[in-house]
Design a protein around this ligand. Structure first.
Ligand code: GTQ
Length: 351
C-alpha cells in the first residue's frame, strides 16, 4: 500500500484527474458545508445615519432618479463586500427621491419593502394606488406588483429599501418588466386597499390564500398607538420587550412570501435577555436611544441608525430612553422551508 505522503499525492492526482470531468471530492469540503450550527461570513455592523446622510443626498448631484431607475446607496455587509447584500439572503439600501422626481414604474419577481427614514410628500404607487410617506411608515411592493416612486414634497425623501434579491438569485428566478409609461395611472384613491383589507374586514368572496398582503401601507401613527396601548399592561417579553409582526390580513401570516417585518418597543432602562435566531435581521431605530450588543460588537443607537444582526449571532439591547425599533428578516421564507430556529437566553448553548 501507499505510504502516508504518497497517499496525499495520490489524492491530489486523483482530484486533478476528476477535475476535468467537472467533479470534485465532497470529503474535502463536507465540514465547511454542513456545519453544526450556522456559520456566516456576514458581520455585525451599524450605519450611523449621521455618517451616511450627506452621501445619500449627494447621490442626488451625480445622477437623477430617472437615469438611475432607482437611486440607491446599497448597504453592503462588510463581510460580504461586492455581493450587494446586507445578509447572505437579503439586500438593503437607502433610496433618495427629490421633489418632482419620478423613479419609473417597473415590476419584478423580488419582494420589496420601504421603511421611511426622512421626508414627507414622497409616495410609492403600487398597482394603481399611491401610498404617501411620512417617517416611520412601512410600504410594501409584493412580487410582480407595478411600482413607481415620486415626490410632491419640498425636501428630500429617504427610505430604507429591503429586498430579497439574493434569494431570487439563488433560485435563478428573476424577471423584470418596465411599464410603458414612467408613472402608472392612479386607478384607486390613496387608502383604498386599507379601507378594503386593513380594518378587520374584507370584501366578500376574496381569496384567502394570497401570499402577499393586499394592504401595502402600514402608517407609523397606527402601529405606534398600538404599542402605546399595549405598554400599559407591562407584559414585557424578556428577549423582545413588546414586539409585533406586521401581517397579511388575509392569512394572519407575514407580509410577503420571503420577508417578515416587525416593530418593537422597549421602555426606558429595559435590557433584553440574550437572544439569537437563524434569520439574520436588519434593524432601524425609529425613536429613542439605546445600545445594541451584537456578537462582540456594541453599537450606540440613535434615531435613523441602521444595524444588522447576522444569523445565529448573540444579540441583546439596552434602552436608555423609550426605544422603538423596526426590523425585517427572511423569517417568512425560513418558516416555509422549516428552517427557522431561535434560542432564548443562554440555555442549551449550541455554538
Ligand atoms: O424601488 O423598485 O433598492 O427595484 C433595489 C431594486 C429598490 C425599487 C432597490 C429595486 C428597487
Amino acid at each position: 500500500m501507499n505510504k502516508p505522503n504518497d497517499l496525499a499525492e495520490v489524492r491530489e492526482k486523483f482530484y486533478q484527474d476528476i477535475d476535468g470531468l467537472s467533479m470534485a471530492p465532497l470529503w474535502e469540503v463536507f465540514r465547511s458545508l454542513i456545519t453544526h450550527s450556522p456559520k456566516t461570513a456576514a458581520l455585525p455592523h451599524c450605519w450611523r445615519y449621521e455618517d451616511v446622510r450627506d452621501w445619500v443626498l449627494r447621490a442626488g448631484d451625480v445622477i437623477s432618479a430617472r437615469e438611475a431607475e432607482r437611486r440607491v446607496l446599497v448597504l453592503e455587509n462588510p463581510g460580504l463586500r461586492g455581493q450587494t447584500r446586507i445578509t447572505n439572503s437579503l439586500y438593503a439600501g437607502l433610496q433618495l427621491i427629490l421633489p418632482g422626481e419620478v423613479a419609473p414604474s417597473h415590476r419584478h419577481s423580488q419582494s420589496a419593502l420601504r421603511f421611511i427614514i426622512e421626508g414627507t410628500g414622497g409616495y410609492t404607487a403600487v398597482d394603481g394606488e399611491r401610498a404617501y410617506m411620512t417617517q416611520g411608515d412601512l410600504i410594501l411592493t409584493p412580487p410582480m406588483t407595478w411600482h413607481d416612486h415620486g415626490s410632491e414634497g419640498d425636501g428630500p425623501t429617504v427610505w430604507l429599501d429591503g429586498l430579497d434579491i439574493p434569494i431570487i438569485q439563488t433560485f435563478d428566478a428573476s424577471f423584470l418588466e418596465g411599464f410603458h409609461e414612467e408613472s402608472q395611472p392612479s386607478t384607486r384613491s390613496p387608502g383604498d386597499s386599507r379601507a378594503r383589507y386593513g380594518r378587520n374586514m374584507r370584501p366578500i368572496d376574496t381569496s384567502l390564500t394570497n401570499t402577499s398582503s393586499p394592504v401595502f401601507s402600514y402608517p407609523y401613527d397606527d402601529y405606534r398607538e398600538a404599542l402605546e396601548k399595549m405598554r400599559v399592561q407591562e407584559e414585557w417579553d424578556p428577549c423582545h420587550g413588546l414586539k409585533l409582526t406586521f401581517i397579511n390580513p388575509q392569512t394572519g401570516g407575514p407580509v410577503m412570501p420571503t420577508i417578515a417585518a416587525f416593530v418593537q418597543l422597549l421602555p426606558k432602562e429595559f435590557s433584553t435577555a440574550p437572544y439569537r435566531s437563524t434569520d439574520g435581521t436588519i434593524y432601524t431605530v425609529v425613536e429613542g436611544l439605546g445600545r445594541a450588543h451584537v456578537g462582540d460588537e456594541e453599537f450606540q443607537l440613535t434615531p435613523r441608525d441602521i444595524f444588522v444582526v447576522p444569523s445565529w449571532c448573540p444579540f441583546r439591547l439596552d434602552a436608555e430612553e423609550d426605544l422603538v425599533l423596526f426590523s425585517f428578516s427572511d423569517r417568512s421564507a425560513q418558516e416555509k422551508l422549516c428552517l427557522w430556529r431561535e434560542q432564548r437566553g443562554n440555555d442549551g448553548d449550541t455554538k
